[in-house]
Design a protein around this ligand. Structure first.
Ligand SMILES: CC(=O)N[C@H]1[C@@H](OP(=O)(O)OP(=O)(O)OC[C@H]2O[C@@H](n3ccc(=O)[nH]c3=O)[C@H](O)[C@@H]2O)O[C@H](CO)[C@@H](O)[C@@H]1O
Ligand SMILES: C=C(OP(=O)(O)O)C(=O)O
Length: 430
């Protein structure tokens, strides 16, 4: 069940309701351990990363009732047991780090491995996490595993200026500072939609946070958080994936529950490849038979470019989807991944379809689009959106392609194959 068999070439058309965002649900789920009261989550995606966290918490004694069909999860940590402390944390996913603040709040001491073995996009640093926990009053000791201890089981408010806008570091800071003794400020904070979702969820639980959506968060610690009813935000990665699939196959696709105010720069990236994305209320639309052509800048001697960096730049996790789309667009374009040093590791697989793409350094890629493509058997790296991008290209080419080891898609996209097939694609797991 790990290879995707794709009979490509059909125009994909129809309407899709996207799932909840993996990068929102994971921190929000971890944050529920910050309160002793029950929490209800809605629009919860049934993804493997979340299942790992659910298994971890139920092993620790938490009660979790998850109606997967309805996407509703009722969580009660009343029986979460300190006796089970330091049980092996879930592995092979970055979000394990998001457990640290709540576990420290509950247990006062945890042991962690320095490598959570997340995806292979690049080195996923633990030091910035340890730095903010130390600034908030934790003691770090040992080597492998590391011990993190929180004297008095309470964080202390602090002022911190991050080296760079890290998503999970900002989320951990917000979770810890929400219950800290005194006020905290985070400067150079990340502000991605999922960071905003977590902060909004913490506020619904009684936290005092201002500056949500900006690079400066001000958080006044409270003594306790309470229960809440929280709806997980739409996965904009899915919105972009399905719009790009419509565009790459020449079909018309409509995606419900999109958030138009997140889309200005995303729509500009599509436009750079010749694709017009519009919104009708909260429905995002790509119309059929768009002419994929790379937009030429007026400036002479300049290669058109899509650059990815922390929000509000174009999101780095969306870059592979645009790269896939660009293989069908006539012209030449430069992609600049300012975040990950290994974000283009999968490009040799793209070349097996006949795409002409040159990695000019670890952060820069040039795609010479519009080359004839042919079906192929390709290997997915352990990178979610690279697997999605390879499946997209496969779906656009007449004939049978195979994307091997594509199961990583299930870390973020619960009904990937079902959704594509409902648009007229022919995909199956094997
Ligand atoms: C669970 C979760 O939410 N995962 C997301 C989160 O991971 P995560 O929070 O791990 O990503 P970070 O924002 O920390 O960035 C990842 C790595 O990129 C490098 N870096 C990043 C920014 C920067 O300005 N300079 C720099 O060097 C660092 O080595 C860092 O370790 O954010 C990433 C960047 O949007 C996304 O790809 C991941 O999907
Ligand atoms: C890189 C990703 O996730 P993670 O940080 O969980 O590995 C992703 O969602 O594409």
């Amino acid at each position: 069940m790990s290879d995707l068999i794709v009979q490509g070439g059909n125009p994909l058309s129809g309407t899709i309701t996207p799932s909840g965002n993996k990068n929102s649900v994971l921190p929000v789920f971890c944050a529920t351990l910050l309160t002793a009261e029950p929490v209800t989550l809605r629009n919860v995606p049934d993804i493997t990363d979340l299942n790992k966290l659910v298994n971890f918490f139920t092993t620790q004694g938490s009660s979790i009732a998850w109606d997967r069909a309805a996407g509703v999860m009722k969580i009660d940590h009343a029986n979460f047991s300190p006796a089970l402390a330091n049980h092996e944390l879930p592995q092979d996913m970055r979000s394990t780090v998001l457990l640290y603040p709540a576990l420290l709040h509950r247990l006062g001491k945890i042991t962690v491995r320095s490598n959570t073995k997340g995806c292979s996009l690049g080195v996923r640093e633990i030091d910035p996490h340890l730095d903010i926990l130390a600034a908030l009053g934790a003691d770090i000791s040992g080597t492998e595993p590391l011990t993190i201890a929180l004297p008095g089981q309470r964080f202390t408010g602090t002022r911190k200026w991050l080296d760079y806008m890290s998503v999970t570091v900002t989320e951990n800071f917000a979770m810890a500072a929400a219950l800290a003794d005194g006020p905290s400020t985070l400067i150079n904070a990340a502000s991605e939609p999922h960071v905003q979702d977590l902060c909004t969820a913490l506020v619904a639980m009684g936290a005092n946070i201002t500056g949500i959506g900006t690079s400066r968060l001000e958080i006044t610690g409270v003594d306790s958080l309470h229960g809440a009813d929280i709806t997980i935000g739409t996965d904009y990665h899915e919105v972009v994936t399905f719009l790009a699939l419509g565009a790459i196959t020449g079909g018309e696709v409509r995606i419900e529950n999109s958030v138009p105010q997140h889309f200005d720069l995303i729509a500009r990236a599509f436009a750079r490849l010749g694709v017009i994305v519009t919104h009708d209320g909260d429905t995002a639309i790509v119309e059929r038979n768009q002419s994929l052509q790379i937009e030429q800048p007026h400036t002479v001697n300049l290669l058109p470019k899509i650059e990815a960096a922390p929000w509000p730049y174009f999101s780095v996790d969306l870059l592979p989807l645009m790269i896939a789309l660009s293989t069908h667009a006539t012209g030449t374009i430069h992609f600049w991944n300012k975040v990950y040093e290994n974000g283009f590791s999968w490009i040799p697989e793209l070349a097996k379809f006949g795409a002409h793409a040159v990695v000019s350094d670890p952060h820069r890629l040039i795609v010479f689009g519009g080359r004839p493509l042919r079906p192929a058997v390709v290997d997915s790296p352990y990178v979610i959106r690279a697997a999605v991008a390879l499946a997209m290209v496969a779906a656009s080419i007449p004939g049978e392609s195979v994307v091997r080891h594509a199961e990583i898609i299930k870390r973020a996209h619960p009904r990937f194959v079902e959704n594509l097939n409902s648009l007229g694609a022919r995909l199956e797991w094997q």
